[in-house]
Write a protein of this length. Structure first.
Length: 308
């Protein structure tokens, strides 16, 4: 059963940037040569948006903490750790095109619950090195590898707090063997299908080019897109961490129906539905932050009990 929704709060909706008409016209023409149209669409799909300014990141960086670097197969992942390393550990995992300070509202509440907080930028994001595909591109698989590498340095996650595509990265890390006590997934896209449809629709990609786009994306990722489905990923695990999912009713980027499906398939999972916070503002809404901190506190207490 879904948990009660947090109080309504009207969001300021910022529409996504419109696709230039010439680009839409190009995809219309390229439908006659879908190999080219699919190549271009796949390149644009995996191109990250421009990063935030240094001033914006600084403004949203909590005081204190210590910078760190973690090596992974393609370079260095950079982030910041808050609190004592010996405490149960919380990891903050941002979404596609994001940066760790987007989740900075969670740092102090997690510290208050007695956790060490580790926040980092995924490959090709923020201050981290580029991944396999250059400085403006990565994959969910690389993002999951980065989480596993950081956790290898700082210890077993008592809780992972992930936004959007960070949810897929976190489940991929778990599927690869990362032992996680609890998961808080905020606005998770449960499968790639709605993301693909959103990209194709927004660019004006025709059906023939879209099929090529998906085939090329699967070669880039190294997995069939179905393998990134969160319900399928969860079904492969012998045991599952406790799960909290927070999702906005009017999320335009990741449909609420997917979150409902995930929670229904995940034994003991909790769902919190918000109103009018959209895909991003839900990350730092005070009631959402409190819910996540509550889950993290429970997970941290379990770690302490097991150590006695």
């Amino acid at each position: 059963m879904p948990a009660p929704a947090v109080p309504r709060q009207r969001a300021r909706r910022t529409p996504p940037p419109a696709t230039p008409p010439l680009l839409r016209l190009a995809f219309d023409r390229l439908e006659r040569t879908p190999a080219v149209g699919g190549w271009l669409a796949e390149r644009l799909w995996f191109r990250l948006p421009a990063p935030p300014s240094a001033a914006e990141r600084e403004r949203r960086t909590p005081p204190g903490g210590e910078p760190f670097e973690t090596e992974w197969s393609e370079g260095v992942v950079r982030g910041r750790v808050y609190g004592d390393w010996g405490l149960p550990t919380a990891y903050l995992v941002h979404g596609w095109g994001g940066w760790w300070q987007q989740l900075s509202a969670h740092v102090q509440p997690l510290l208050d619950r007695g956790l060490c907080v580790v926040a980092f930028d995924a490959p090709s994001h923020g201050g981290s090195d580029a991944g396999r595909f250059g400085s403006r591109s990565t994959t969910f698989v690389e993002m999951g590898e980065a989480l596993a590498a950081v956790a290898a340095d700082f210890g077993r996650p008592a809780v992972v707090v992930a936004h959007s595509a960070g949810s897929m990265a976190s489940l991929l890390a778990i599927d690869g063997g990362l032992d996680v006590g609890a998961l808080a997934l905020i606005a998770p896209p449960v499968s790639v299908d709605p993301i693909q449809r959103l990209v194709a629709t927004s660019l004006g990609v025709g059906p023939r080019s879209e099929r090529v786009m998906r085939e090329r994306a699967e070669r880039r990722v190294g997995l069939p897109m179905q393998a990134l489905d969160l319900v399928d990923l969860a079904s492969r695990q012998r045991s599952l961490p406790r799960l909290l999912v927070v999702h906005d009713r009017r999320d335009r980027e990741a449909p609420l129906a997917g979150a409902v499906e995930l929670v229904t398939a995940w034994h003991g999972a909790r769902l919190v539905i918000t109103d009018d916070l959209g895909h991003h503002r839900v990350m730092w809404h005070p009631d959402v932050v409190a819910r996540v901190a509550g889950l993290a506190g429970e997970a941290a207490e379990e770690v302490r009990r097991s150590a006695r």
